[in-house]
Write a protein that binds this ligand. Sequence first.
Ligand SMILES: [Zn+2]
Length: 169
Amino acid sequence: MSGKYRPANDAGLASMEQFDRRPGWMLRGHLQRKGREGEEDTVKKAACPDCGGKLMLFEKRNMPLFDTKCTNCGFMAQIKTPEGRPKTRVNGAGYGVLRKWLDAGNPVPPLIVNSRWETGQQIRLYKDIPESHIKPRKLSPNHRYAGYGVFAYVRLDQLPYTTLYAKSD
Ligand SMILES: [Zn+2]
């Protein structure tokens, strides 16, 4: 593989790369596998918070704002799988599609965060996220997706959550 970056076919990946210093061409395949693995781990361990039903994953391309849906009641959520212990800030994805969704009068999609570290794991659901906890920004000029609008979930420590799965230290 050459050192030249090629455009990603999933722009949502741009936001995930903030956490890792390795070059994009090394990360892309790794992150895609890891992101999917994290989502699969989530639906394997967590049941629907509303009815206890089984959660299934969407194919990425079809549903940019949702990763999972309950097979019983239709509950839907976004899944994020940042490395390490639970964080107050979690990177989201492209802001444009979320902005349109919010402008149409919809609430911020429920967020499931699967945090895994060496000795433990917690899967949390943040169901009601006020828009004030969504922080948009544009990627910096020297980023390879310069100017692309992304967002982060911020101050998650101030929001109520439900623990869907926990493995303690
Ligand atoms: Zn359900």
